[in-house]
Ligand binder design. Sequence first.
Ligand code: NAD
Length: 525
Amino acid sequence: MSPITEVATQNIIISTNPATGEKLAELVCATPEEVHDAVRRARQAQPAWQALPVAGRVAVLKRFQRKLSEQRERVATLVSREAGKPTVEALTTEILVVLDAAEFCIRTAHSFLRDEPLPHGNLAMKTKRGKLVREPYGVIGIIAPWNYPFSLPATETLAALVMGNAVVLKPSEMTPLIALELQKLLLASGLDPNLMQVVIGAGAVGGALLESDIDKVVFTGSVATGKRVAESAARRLLPAVLELGGKDPMIVLEDADLDVASSGAVWGSMVNAGQTCLSVERCYVQCGVYERFLELCRQKIEKLRVGEGLGSEVEMGPLINERQLRTVEDHVNDAIARGARLLAGGRRMTELGPNFYAPTLLADVTHGMRIMREETFGPALPVAAFDTDDDAVALANDSEFGLAASVWTGNRKRGEAIAARIKAGTVMINDAISGFGIAEAPHGGFKQSGIGRTHGKLGLAEMVQVKYVGVDLLPHMPKVWWYGYGVSFQRQVSAFIEMLFGSTLGARIKGALGAMGALRRSNRI
Ligand code: NAD
């Protein structure tokens, strides 16, 4: 058990700088009663927020966006201190992503929430006008992980709020200060404090949130916890979005620009010390360019500057904790024991601090190794060779995960043909991970990588319930299909179906003639 979990059971969590072990803060966990109270307050405040014109909610997002942009360096520094990543990465993958997501919500909310006319195809329903109306759920519970401690809960919170919901956020026990910073920025932007509350704590507090009166949960985390969340949600039919783990494959075809692809592989596997759900977790390279690709990766990995994320020159920080470090170590050691070739790294960097692991390159890996099947979530790039495009697709799809994948090639058509056959929520050609930074692109997985989507219009759609409203334009006219059934009515209905779906023109005309009587029909009750 990690030290943090031990203290968490005593209702205190300690926020720690993973690079140094320095204690940043001690926070008291919310009790189940406090979680329930937070949800009650959110529920009371939400109707007025929903009743506000969209422009009123958008105004809060605009102020939030301005404040975050002005305070970006301070927020990025906090992210580096509590989560360990280089400050420049905090700026690109956390602050910029959130500013852009805010922009998307600001631009899209009005049109997305506008009632949508729904023309009716069925002739019998032409006397009605229909529309789709989108309404917020009420209170959205968000449970977040530590690896993107600002951008993940912030993008989900902004989408929930702009659609008219209140939010209760349970951040990771590793990164509570960043969640509190997000809350502070929103409240300073004029948001009613009851509309965005943070409940601090570990899994038990997440459990309490699931048992509370929330209307939907948006969970981001591991597959194992996601399954527990899904079970708990299923018991009360609570709608749930699950953004879970990945084992994203990278396919390098022999016609790819190897210099670009090797840089992409190194960044894609090492960014945030490999602790990215969309990381390149396994790499397949076509036989003819395999050794050259490995050599380019080796040279680039050895140049990476590892250290505390606060340094501007640093390219890779520490892992979040000892438990994460041990997982990486176990996967690398298992691969070596089963015949993988270690080309770089493969060791702890205790000289730098408690949680550092050297960027690692492994060749000749196989699917019998844990590193090719389980989520490693660390700075390791395992590489295997393949022969044909079919082999690459088969290897990429040989996984229980399906979050994302990338294909690297000089031939876009060939890349797109492979992308079409890969079972994953996102496939990028000649890039990896950056789909997460495209506010319009939906984010979510196939298979065990999750259910539902965040980001883009599909992400907004998860924050609303859709209601169909149908208005009868001839309210004084009884409906022909109402009671008063009998032999002739049954014949008329049958003829009407023939008129609509009969296989020949003659049959349809005959059907139309037979159905006429129904129009003149007066109901008996
Ligand atoms: P985790 O599953 O351990 O924890 C996630 C959150 O769930 C934390 O806030 C935790 O306190 C809470 N939690 C734990 N037990 C709970 C329970 N029984 N009920 C309710 N909540 C509970 O994940 P983590 O280690 O924080 O994050 C890393 C994982 O998240 C990786 O698997 C990564 O791939 C995944 N992830 C996925 C995405 C995505 O968008 N698909 C993004 C980031 C991270």
